[in-house]
Design a protein. Structure first.
Length: 138
């Protein structure tokens, strides 16, 4: 993981956890490694290390990933390190209270399980557009 973070950065770094990891090869093939680098993290410490290192431009948090805490708790920790990082939450629980908590923590979006490749690509495109707009000052 540390070796990946020391490589020359691609224009967009995406941290993937849980179910999103199964789509990692397809994402890299469709988007292209020159435009996207994915960081596959296995635990809370790795996730926070990648966010703190500043190599992540966005993250996909799966509430079933083995992180030792739920997605909302992970998002709270991420917000302490990076208040602006776009974070997509993948969850089987999409009730009103869950959505309100996600909004309070400034989640980019919440996607209901099962995570389909098309939906992940749609979210990735939206995140890239938002980053581009922010960099252009729009």
């Amino acid at each position: 993981m540390v070796a990946l973070m020391n490589e020359r950065r691609a224009p967009f770094g995406l941290v993937v956890t849980g179910e999103a990891q199964s789509w990692q090869p397809a994402l890299e093939q469709i988007v292209g490694r020159e435009w996207l680098i994915t960081y596959r993290v296995q635990g809370r410490d790795e996730l926070l290390q990648v966010v703190q290192a500043g190599v992540a431009d966005a993250a996909v948090l799966d509430d079933t990933a083995e992180m030792g805490m739920d997605a909302m708790q992970m998002l709270r920790l991420i917000r302490r390190l990076d208040a602006m990082l776009p974070v997509v939450i993948v969850s089987g629980q999409v009730d009103r209270r869950f959505m309100e908590n996600a909004l309070k923590l400034a989640a980019f979006s919440v996607v209901q399980r099962p995570l389909e490749l098309e939906e992940l690509l749609r979210q990735l495109s939206r995140m890239m557009q938002r980053l581009d707009e922010m960099l252009r000052g729009e």
